[in-house]
Design a binder for this molecule. Structure first.
Ligand code: COA
Length: 194
């Protein structure tokens, strides 16, 4: 089993098409475009990882990056003051855990946890004061809750209409032309957690 375990490595431009296809199946078609993913990889402080098997199958991906309070507030649709209050830093740097997905055949083996944990460590190493996990809530079910809590994240609050302004997203849960699912926001502060 060990030698068939997928290998973790930084995502590159060559991974974009496969990550797009997996994310379309994981979180809803159209949330990302190739251009959005390429732009994310070009950011100086992004940490995006993929897991691939020895024969090249994409088993999972995790997309994260560092942001300032204004960008984090715009993304999470939370008031800047509520985010600023999470850190004593003058200008807190926020590690945004944007998206995590694993291929159905590879789930329940700890791979999602491994991807998220490695990104979290890298974001703190880059200087994040705290991390925000932006988690999809499907009614009462939050698919990444177990992973985030296992890694020391705590539930902060829900936020409404986080994906409402993603014009291309066909949400498989709410089914609306503009997604009305809330996000559950989780936080992990520097020095806390796993
Ligand atoms: C949510 C998702 C990323 C989880 O990926 P995964 O590879 O199955 O994740 P893991 O195997 O690490 O964790 C799954 C569960 O197994 C547990 N687990 C099992 N073996 C484990 C191990 N060896 N190490 C760590 N955790 C393990 C985890 O704690 C977690 O518990 P939970 O069921 O309470 O959540 C995956 O199911 C997915 O892509 N779903 C569709 C997309 C989605 O909903 N993404 C979230 C958007 S915010």
């Amino acid at each position: 089993m060990k030698d068939t375990e997928p290998t973790l490595r930084p995502m590159t431009q060559a991974d974009v098409a496969d990550v797009l296809s997996l994310s379309d199946r994981c979180v809803g078609k159209g949330l990302y475009s190739a251009e959005k993913l390429r732009a994310l990889l070009r950011r100086t402080a992004s940490v995006c990882l993929v897991l691939r098997t020895a024969d090249g199958v994409l088993a999972g991906y995790c997309l994260t990056y560092l942001a300032d309070i204004a960008e984090a507030a715009a993304l999470t649709k939370l008031p800047p003051a509520a985010l600023r209050a999470l850190s004593p830093a003058r200008e807190p740097r926020v590690g945004i855990c944007k998206s995590l997905g694993t291929e159905a055949a590879f789930r329940g083996k700890g791979l999602g946890c491994r991807l998220q944990n490695t990104c979290a460590d890298a974001l703190f190493a880059l200087g994040a004061d705290f991390l925000l996990g932006v988690a999809w809530r499907k009614g009462y079910h939050i698919p990444v809750r177990g992973i985030l809590e296992r890694l020391g994240f705590c539930y902060l609050r829900d936020s409404e209409h986080v994906w409402y302004d993603e014009p291309g997203l066909a949400c498989p849960y709410c089914g609306e032309t503009r997604c009305v699912c809330p996000a559950a926001i989780f936080v992990r502060k520097r020095g806390e957690g796993a």
